[in-house]
Write a protein that binds this ligand. Structure first.
Ligand code: IMP
Length: 460
C-alpha cells in the first residue's frame, strides 16, 4: 500500500481499482454527530479523508468517556494506523492545524498518519479579519450570515480569484512563498487599504509562514496520487463531509450557507477521486433539527421545548460555543439532502435526547403562502422563510435508551419514530446512535455500504 513514506511515483495508474470507498455526510445544517459516526466506522478503513471546509467544522468524538473535538484533523485520527488525509478541497489555517495536532499528541493520540494536500488553500490572518469586518458591516444592515469568523468565505473567494491565494505547497518553497505573500498583500492593500495589522508586513508574514511550513512539512504531499495509489492497492477510503448538505454553497439554503460543497457532490473536486468511485454514502441526521447562524428554519421552536432539547442535546457550537437554534425534525429537508447525496443509508443520532416528551412532531410537508402544500424543499432562503411546516404527531417515548444495542429493544414509540423516518425519507436507517460514546450505537450491518459493513467487528 502506498504511504507518504513511499514515493508517489511508484503508483501504477494503469492497475485496476481493487479498493473501496464510502462517505459520511450531514443531511441537515451541521452538528449532526458526524464525528461519532465516522469514529464508529473508521477502524476498518485505511484512510479517512476531509474534502471540504476548514476549521469552521467541529467534530466531537467521545472515547471511553473522554471528549475530543477536532476542527481540521479528520476524525479518523483516533484509530491508530488509519491515515487522516486533508484533501485539496479544504481550506487550512496552518497555525491552527499545528496547534490541533500538538494538542492531540499531548493527549496521547498518534498524529503520524496525518497527510495534507499541497493543493489545499491557506487561511491567512487577513482572511479572518475580512470575515469579521464583513460580518460586522452586514450586522449594521441586519444582514449577517452568522459565520464562524474562521476566514472560510474570504479564503474560498481568494481561491476563485486566483491571484491572491496561497496553497499549502507554497509553504515549502521560500521564493514562491515570498512572491505569493507579497502579491496577496499588495492586492489586499489595494482593495482594503492599510488595515492589515502586524500581518500586513510581507517579510514578517513570509517568515511566520515559512516557520509553520517547516512544522507541517512531514505531512504535506500530493494527496490525489496518495488516494489513487491507495485505491489501486486494495485500500479502503472513508470520505468525511464537514459542515452539511443544507449549508452547501450550491445546493444549501443560499445565501445562509458556507462556501464549499459540503454534500457528497464535493468529494470528486475536493479529493481528485472520481464520483463513480464513491461506493456508498451514509447520511447522518439527528432526531431533531438545529441550526447555528442566520437563515430560514421552518421547524424552529422557542420556549421550554427548545430549551429542553438544547440542554439535553448539549446544543452549543463546538467551534464558536454559540447556543444552537433547535426545532422538530424536518423530513422535507432531510429527504432533499438524501436525494442530493444518493444516500445508501441513514445514521440517526441523538435519539436519546428526545426521551421523555409526551409527543414528538415531524415535518412531512410545507404549507405555502398561497394555501397549497408541497413535499419539495425550497433551497432558496427567502422562499423557505415563507413556508409553514405541516406536522405529523407521534407518541413520545420514555426510559433510558443509551444501553440498548438492538433496534427491536427500543421502546415501541421510539421504534415507530425510526420507522416513520425510513418510510418518509425512503432510505433505510443503518445506525441509530443512542449516546455519545463509540459503543452507544445500534448498528444494522446489512444496511450499511459494503465498505463500512466490512469495517465493523464481527456481528453482534
Ligand atoms: P462559515 O462557514 O464560517 O462561513 O459560516 C457560514 C454559515 O455556516 C454560518 O451560519 C455557520 O454557523 C454555518 N456553519 C459552518 N460550518 C458549520 C458546521 O460545521 N456546523 C454548523 N454550522 C456551520
Amino acid at each position: 500500500m502506498t504511504s507518504r513514506a513511499e514515493p508517489l511515483d511508484a503508483v501504477d495508474l494503469r492497475g485496476p481499482i481493487t479498493g473501496s470507498t464510502a462517505a459520511v455526510v450531514g443531511l441537515q445544517w451541521g452538528d449532526e454527530g458526524k464525528g461519532k459516526i465516522i469514529d464508529v466506522l473508521a477502524g476498518g478503513f485505511d484512510a479517512v479523508v476531509r474534502y471540504n471546509g476548514g476549521a469552521n467544522a467541529g467534530h466531537s468524538v467521545v472515547i471511553g468517556g473522554e471528549r475530543f473535538a477536532v476542527h481540521l484533523v479528520p476524525s479518523g485520527i483516533f484509530h491508530p494506523g488509519v491515515a487522516a488525509i486533508i484533501g485539496n478541497g479544504c481550506v487550512v489555517d496552518p497555525w491552527l492545524l499545528v496547534e490541533e495536532a500538538r494538542g492531540l499528541a499531548e493527549r496521547g493520540i498518534d498524529v503520524g498518519g496525518l497527510a495534507l494536500s499541497s493543493r489545499a488553500h491557506l487561511v491567512l490572518p487577513h482572511h479572518k479579519l475580512q470575515d469579521a469586518h464583513r460580518e460586522a458591516w452586514l450586522a449594521t444592515r441586519d444582514a449577517s450570515i452568522g459565520t464562524t469568523k474562521r476566514g472560510i468565505g474570504p479564503t474560498y473567494a481568494d481561491k476563485a480569484n486566483r491571484s491572491s491565494s496561497l496553497r499549502v505547497g507554497h509553504l515549502l518553497d521560500g521564493d514562491r512563498l515570498r512572491d505569493r505573500v507579497e502579491a496577496a498583500l499588495a492586492e489586499k492593500r489595494a482593495l482594503l487599504g492599510d488595515d492589515l495589522g502586524a500581518d500586513g508586513d510581507a517579510a514578517a508574514l513570509t517568515e511566520r509562514l515559512a516557520e509553520v511550513g517547516r512544522e507541517l512539512e512531514p505531512w504535506i504531499t500530493d494527496t490525489t496520487y496518495l488516494l489513487h495509489g491507495l485505491l489501486r492497492s486494495g485500500g479502503r477510503v472513508l470520505f468525511e463531509g464537514a459542515n452539511a448538505t443544507l449549508l452547501d454553497v450550491d445546493h444549501g439554503t443560499f445565501p445562509f450557507v458556507t462556501s464549499s460543497n459540503c454534500s457528497a457532490l464535493g468529494i470528486p473536486a475536493g479529493t481528485g477521486v472520481p464520483g463513480r468511485l464513491v461506493d456508498g454514502v451514509v447520511g447522518v441526521l439527528k432526531a431533531y433539527s438545529t441550526r447555528v447562524g442566520a437563515g430560514a428554519f421552518p421547524t424552529e421552536l422557542e420556549g421550554p421545548t427548545a430549551e429542553r432539547i438544547r440542554e439535553r442535546g448539549r446544543e452549543y457550537g463546538t467551534t464558536t460555543g454559540r447556543p444552537r437554534r433547535c426545532g422538530w425534525l424536518d423530513l422535507v429537508a432531510v429527504r432533499y439532502a438524501a436525494m442530493l447525496n444518493g444516500g445508501s443509508c441513514l445514521a440517526l443520532t441523538l435519539l436519546d435526547v428526545l426521551g421523555g416528551f409526551d409527543e414528538l412532531r415531524i415535518c412531512t410537508a410545507y404549507r405555502l403562502t398561497n394555501g397549497s402544500t408541497t413535499e419539495r424543499f425550497l433551497p432558496d432562503a427567502l422562499d423557505l422563510e415563507d413556508v409553514e411546516p405541516a406536522y405529523e404527531t407521534l407518541p413520545g417515548f420514555d426510559g433510558e435508551v443509551g444501553g440498548l444495542r438492538e433496534r427491536d429493544a427500543l421502546p415501541a414509540a421510539a421504534r415507530r419514530y425510526v420507522d416513520r423516518i425510513e418510510e418518509i425519507v425512503g432510505v433505510p436507517v443503518g445506525i441509530v446512535s443512542v449516546g455519545p460514546d463509540r459503543d452507544e450505537s445500534i448498528i444494522a450491518r446489512d444496511r450499511l455500504p459494503q465498505a463500512c459493513a466490512r469495517s465493523l467487528p464481527a456481528a453482534g
